[in-house]
Ligand binder design. Structure first.
Ligand code: HEM
Length: 441
């Protein structure tokens, strides 16, 4: 089914959108109200849900007409490279994100049960070790790109451990995923192969010898997922944790280092790290427009007819910033608004994600307490693309600290690196005491 859009459909791609998406949302809101026609790539159309109440209606499946299954939409895509790129992000997979009802509940339970087995204090210790090792790489330089050198380097190092692999494997995972996501053609295909090889080897290793880790918990959950279902869920967990967690950290940090109310809190506390995270989730949610939904039958929805096989994207970013009469207490979710979604597909890992982001930022600011942006925040570059709100760079300067400096420093920890693999069961030396990797006790 072809959508017949107005010529003034908004464009969720290109430099103008990356520079100022809120201007695009405001213009769409003015012209179309709660649901607006957009192009997510040249020739690929969608309905963008930009009204807060409309977004909640989709996410909570009001009227029972909403589905996550987009196979009909996918089948009708043109055979263009742009369409192929969108299938990479939105293409159907046998996992929680793309399923409904009973099937979704089964997958969802596996995810929530397995994540509930991660002990917060052990996760926190892992974050500290990973972050200290990263900070030690640039602390003496007096400058860093906190997006590339810090935020984007954190989630996969943590998840590589949570999934049950030694630290020596994390660089391979990071390279595979960044090749897969950033590049086209040959490099992208190589990255794709390497990523699936990593997952395949992971499943093989944990089937043969289960451990105290997410992979083994997925494999042995009473729901009895098949090997293929486990594979798709490991892919989902890695992809769902990488980009949004990295962006949450850098989006919040960019506020803290450019706004005096946060800046002073690095030393004496006006607004906290937690406030910065909530503000980032509300005003600049990392999963800006990544809420794909479909209708089961034609629906007249907040003034727009929507047909089956048409893509509907919930814009968490536009809904959260809608100047609306919906009172604050009805849309708060603790201050994050829809930053973690809502309804049956609401992020099942928001607690560990917040713990990771909070610990990472506090670790950074406790070592480097005079971080300062090298350019005004308005001049920061954002990565292009319709789905995420993600900084390309976050350049900062600070007073360098040296390895021989007294006081607590990132060098107090043995950095996990490919040359010093720490097997899951081996002790990891940590600031002042010996502890074990999270799953070993
Ligand atoms: C620890 C890292 C994370 C993991 C493992 C994770 C995992 C997941 C998974 C498995 C889902 C699908 C749930 C379902 O369909 O039932 C999901 C959904 C979602 N996550 Fe997360 N997530 C993480 C971090 C984040 C962060 C940092 C954000 C926001 C900044 C975020 C925002 C969302 C949103 C908005 C959805 C709903 C998508 C939809 O409506 O289709 N997640 N997440």
């Amino acid at each position: 089914m072809t959508m017949r859009y107005l010529p003034d459909a908004g464009r969720l791609y290109g430099p103008d959108f990356a520079r100022d998406p809120q201007a695009v949302y405001a213009a769409l809101r003015h012209r179309h109200g709660a649901v607006a026609p957009v192009e997510i790539a040249p020739g690929i159309e969608a309905h963008l849900v930009i009204g807060y109440q409309a977004a909640v209606d989709v996410l909570t499946n009001a009227g029972g007409v909403w589905s996550k299954n987009g196979t009909d939409w996918q089948a009708r895509l043109p055979g263009t490279p742009e369409a192929a790129a969108m299938v990479g992000m939105l293409g159907y997979r046998t996992n929680a994100l793309y399923s409904d009802g009973v099937e979704h509940a089964r997958y969802r339970k596996v995810i929530t049960d397995c994540f509930s087995m991660i002990q917060p204090h052990k996760l926190r210790q892992t974050v500290i070790e990973v972050c200290d090792a990263l900070i030690a790489r640039f602390a003496a330089k007096g400058e860093a790109d906190l997006a590339a050198d810090f935020a984007r380097a954190i989630p996969l190092r943590i998840f590589n451990r949570l999934l049950g692999r030694p630290d020596s494997d994390s660089d391979a995972l990071i390279k595979a995923l960044s090749d897969m996501m950033e590049a086209d053609g040959e490099v992208g295909a190589r990255g794709h192969d390497a990523f699936y090889r990593y997952i395949g080897e992971l499943i093989q290793a944990k089937t043969a010898s289960p451990g105290d880790d997410l992979t083994s918990w997925f494999l042995h959950h009473p729901a009895g997922l098949s090997t293929e279902e486990v594979l798709h869920h490991l892919v989902l967990v890695i992809a769902a944790s990488y980009e949004p967690t990295a962006s949450l950290i850098s989006n919040a940090l960019s506020r803290m280092v450019s706004d005096d109310r946060y800046y002073s809190s690095l030393a004496n506390g006006a607004l906290s790290t937690y406030d910065a995270l909530l503000e980032a989730l509300r005003a600049e949610p990392a999963m800006a427009n990544y809420g794909p939904y479909f209708v089961r039958q034609p629906v007249h929805f907040h003034g727009t007819w929507i047909q089956p096989a048409e893509l509907v994207l919930v814009s968490y970013a536009a809904a959260n910033t809608e100047p609306t009469a919906v009172p604050e207490e009805l849309r708060s979710d603790g201050g994050a608004y829809l930053g973690f979604g809502a309804g049956p597909h609401r992020c099942p890992a928001s607690d560990p994600a917040m713990l990771i982001a909070m610990t990472a930022i506090e670790r950074l600011t406790s070592h480097l307490c005079d971080l300062e942006l090298t350019v005004p925040r308005e001049e920061l570059l954002w990565r292009p693309g319709p789905f995420h709100r993600s900084l390309a760079h976050l350049p900062v300067r600070f007073t360098p600290i040296r390895p021989d400096q007294p006081g607590e420093s990132p060098w107090a920890v043995q950095p996990p690196s490919s040359s010093t693999p720490s097997e899951p069961t081996s002790p990891v030396r940590s600031a002042g005491y010996v502890t074990s990797a999270p799953w070993s006790s």
